[in-house]
Design a binder for this molecule. Structure first.
Ligand SMILES: Cc1cc2nc3c(=O)[nH]c(=O)nc-3n(C[C@H](O)[C@H](O)[C@H](O)COP(=O)(O)OP(=O)(O)OC[C@H]3O[C@@H](n4cnc5c(N)ncnc54)[C@H](O)[C@@H]3O)c2cc1C
Length: 393
């Protein structure tokens, strides 16, 4: 009877989109262009999902951690350019280990700072020596935990100073208690190249990501309701909407009936510093185990702007997830993936009405370009649009 009083689909929407993050917003935008009426509901107070940014003290702050757009996919790069001009930012991270500074990702600069090696041959020899030592101590057996795995890939020095503490903070567990598979590879570059991402197209939208979402969702056939949780009226939404694009947690959708999937959570601590330049770089990783945060972002170095005499920084702290916290990273180990498969089967049974999309709906880590790509693929599928169709006019 409750449904009669709610009448959530009074405008006869074709679609309900749950979540105004990139997956939901791109879908809503393209569906509206196809002539469909879309209601977007979002439980937070703002659109944009984890890409949300705001401006304070003249600088763009990323509320959910540093978001750098990077891709090799030209279509996606052109797609997002429709909504923003990008500044060409390249991430060049500095690691701070108890006051010693190193360039990341591991490259010739890092090796020089660590060992004083000056040529690729010297650095390769040093790494080979360190690896051999580590493999020798393992005997013939395969690495049985993350520590052994990392040491066998990169040797002790880099592991101890740049991998161990950071990884332990990220996972909230000792490296010797973490499974080896978490680190499959530790990419090293024998070039003096601090560019964190290898991708051809990189940058940050001038003015932040939020204006992109304002444009995506500004359409006469799209309505957006903020501070609206799908679970407040799940049964009514399901009864009244013929088609639902759901980007929330898949385990929650099914009442955690196979148990919770595991996630890692984060907290962000923002502070306005009364200095022009706090750390001289956009991102500084704290790779020791004692500093409680993993990284500090200084926002003016991302977009080159800020009021005089102030700089806004954010410290990022990893934390365990529970239902009261935001789920950021899926823990895609065997146990969780087996559980996820059970949920995915239930999702498949509902596929005529509900599509589970995005990082929480599909329980996988997506970079932004991948989530844009996935949303456009859904659009193609949903509206029978040919694979080679160009979304950019
Ligand atoms: C710390 C951090 C740093 C990152 N850095 C980068 C980076 O540098 N580069 C990069 O490419 N990617 C980065 N990412 C990944 C990027 O954030 C994701 O690719 C992207 O946000 C995923 O989009 P989505 O739409 O799937 O999910 P989200 O952005 O999470 O959006 C989902 C939305 O659904 C809403 N929602 C959930 N449940 C409900 C409900 N029950 N009712 C109503 N609304 C609901 C949520 O509130 C949220 O707004 C980073 C992620 C994190 C956590």
């Amino acid at each position: 009877m409750v449904g009669i009083f709610h009448m959530l689909n009074t405008k006869k929407y074709d679609y309900l989109v749950v979540g105004a993050g990139p997956y939901g917003a791109v879908f809503a935008h393209e569906a509206a262009k196809q002539g469909k009426r879309v209601l977007v509901i979002e439980k937070r107070e703002h659109i944009g999902g984890n890409m949300y940014t705001h401006v304070e003290h003249g600088v763009t702050v990323h509320d959910y951690g540093a978001h750098i757009f990077h891709t090799d996919n030209k279509e996606i790069w052109q797609y997002i350019q429709q909504f923003a001009e990008f500044n060409g930012f390249q991430n060049q991270v500095i690691a701070n280990y108890k006051g010693e500074l190193y360039n990341l990702p591991f490259n010739m600069n890092t090796f020089y700072e660590m060992w004083g090696t000056k040529t690729p041959a010297e650095a390769q020899a040093k790494i080979a020596e360190q690896r051999e030592e580590a493999l020798g101590s393992l005997g013939n057996r395969a690495p049985s935990n993350l520590e052994e795995q990392a040491i066998s890939l990169i040797g002790t020095d880099i592991y101890q100073k740049l991998v161990k503490g950071y990884t332990e903070k990220q996972w909230g567990r000792k490296a010797t208690d973490l499974p080896a598979f978490i680190i499959k590879r530790l990419p090293v570059r024998f070039e003096f190249n601090n560019n964190y991402f290898n991708h051809r197209y990189q940058g940050i939208p001038i003015g932040g990501y939020t204006p992109i979402f304002e444009q995506l969702l500004d359409h006469p056939r799209i309505d957006v309701q903020l501070k609206t949780d799908f679970f407040a009226n799940k049964e009514e939404y399901l009864a009244e909407f013929p088609r639902i694009i759901y980007t929330g947690m898949i385990d929650q959708f099914f009442d955690y009936q196979f148990g919770e999937l595991s996630y890692r959570s984060l907290t962000f601590e923002k502070e306005v510093m009364h200095v022009d330049n706090y750390q001289g770089n956009a991102v500084m990783n704290y790779t020791d185990a004692e500093t409680p945060y993993t990284r500090v972002m200084e926002w003016k170095h991302f977009d080159g702007a800020s009021d005089d005499g102030v700089s806004v920084i954010t410290r990022e702290y990893p934390q365990a997830w529970d239902r009261t916290k935001e789920a950021y990273y899926p823990v895609n180990d065997e146990t969780n993936m087996a559980k996820y498969k059970q949920y995915a089967q239930l999702a498949q049974q509902m596929q005529d009405q509900v599509v589970f999309g995005g990082r929480l709906g599909q329980y996988r880590y997506y970079d932004m370009d991948q989530v844009f790509h996935a949303a456009l693929n859904l659009v193609r599928q949903e509206f029978g649009i040919p694979k080679d169709y160009q979304f950019v006019e």
